[in-house]
Design a binder for this molecule. Structure first.
Ligand SMILES: [Zn+2]
Ligand SMILES: [Zn+2]
Length: 341
């Protein structure tokens, strides 16, 4: 089969012929890939920043946002048949450890992470486990939904944590209206009941959020904090969900947050610096959120099937993987990019 493999850090992927994956465990499933989402995490993998944490041996196939059709099943697979359209939770979790039994796939003690620790979906076929599969509603084309497997559930999980606090009259600021943010706004509209204020540098992206559930938009410029204050009766937002996670967005968020407020950190890369006096005096809650579990991806697919969440995406032929990664690096991808083999 054709695959795009990482042979060397900081070098383009090699598009090459590799052996098809084969079933080795009775619960294994081979997927014919319909789409693979292209993600900032792929750029970070190529840069080598995950090397020390994961230690994955090169070369391997990247791509952790995958969807497709069941192509072959192991002897113990009971819930899926050849041809079923599916989206893949990015992690094949073990199902036996305490985290798995609590439903927290991302904390599994023996997980296989497609495209990070094992071969991923920048390929014609991909091996995963039956546990990672979610069958798609009949009206959903698997090619369209691949980015939900990571970008989608990451936004969904953070918003689901915040939603019980987003009662009528509360103000939620959502920072960064790219691939994750535009999904997050729609999920907040569905699960919460707050006034949603979106923040981004890009006017076009901000305007698009008014159709997705935002009540106000604020440009991320020098007047941003003042403008947010005005929209929140001079008290600041009750909830901030930060899809960017830079030093700047962390600092701005801690300046804006209302007393008793909750700050959800989803994007990463910066450092949150806040004096402990401020944390206790204002009773701030600072909460991290990592991808999402199997049930969260299932719930998101139900919302998508009902037409409640829309994904802004562009499809590219699979052999343009390197060009698409370059466009993403340059900030020229709006919404999410999907590679189609
Ligand atoms: Zn991703
Ligand atoms: Zn486990």
């Amino acid at each position: 089969m054709k695959a795009a493999r990482l042979h060397e850090y900081n070098q383009p992927l090699r598009i090459e012929e590799v052996p098809n994956p084969v079933i080795t465990d009775p619960t294994d499933v081979i997927i014919k890939v319909a789409g693979a989402g292209v993600c900032h995490t792929d750029l970070h993998i190529i840069e080598g920043i995950w090397e020390e944490t994961l230690g994955t041996e090169l070369p391997y196939i990247i791509g952790h946002e995958n969807s497709g059709w069941v192509h072959e099943v192991g002897s113990a697979v009971t819930g899926f048949s050849v041809g079923d359209p599916v989206i893949l939770h990015p992690v094949a979790s073990c199902g036996k450890c305490l985290s798995c039994r609590a439903g927290e796939d991302m904390h599994c003690e023996d997980l296989k992470f497609s495209g990070l620790t094992v071969d991923g979906g920048y390929a014609e076929y991909l091996k995963t486990s039956e546990r990672a599969l979610i069958k798609l509603p009949d009206n959903v084309d698997p090619t369209d939904v691949a980015p939900f497997a990571d970008a989608g559930i990451t936004a969904y999980r953070a918003v689901k944590k915040a939603a019980p606090l987003a009662t009528p009259g509360t103000k939620v600021v959502m920072v960064g209206m790219g691939g994750l943010g535009h999904i997050g706004v729609q999920v907040m509209r569905e699960l919460g009941n707050a006034d949603i204020i979106t923040v981004d540098r890009n006017e076009e992206r901000l305007n698009a959020t008014l159709d997705l559930g935002a009540s106000h938009t604020v440009r991320a410029d020098d007047h941003m904090i003042d403008n947010v204050r005005q929209l929140t009766d001079n008290k600041g937002p009750d909830i901030i969900i930060d899809f960017v996670g830079s030093d700047q967005t962390h600092a701005d968020s801690m300046k804006m947050l209302r007393k008793g407020g909750h700050y959800f950190v989803v994007g990463y890369g910066g450092t949150v610096k806040v004096p402990s006096l401020n944390i206790i005096n204002n009773e701030y809650s600072i909460v991290g959120s990592l991808v999402g579990n199997y049930n969260e991806l299932y719930e998101l697919m139900v919302l998508y099937g009902r037409g409640k969440v829309k994904l802004h995406s562009t499809k590219f032929p699979f052999d343009q993987a390197n060009e698409v990664l370059q466009l993403l690096h340059e900030g020229k991808i709006n919404g999410r990019a999907i590679l189609v083999p």
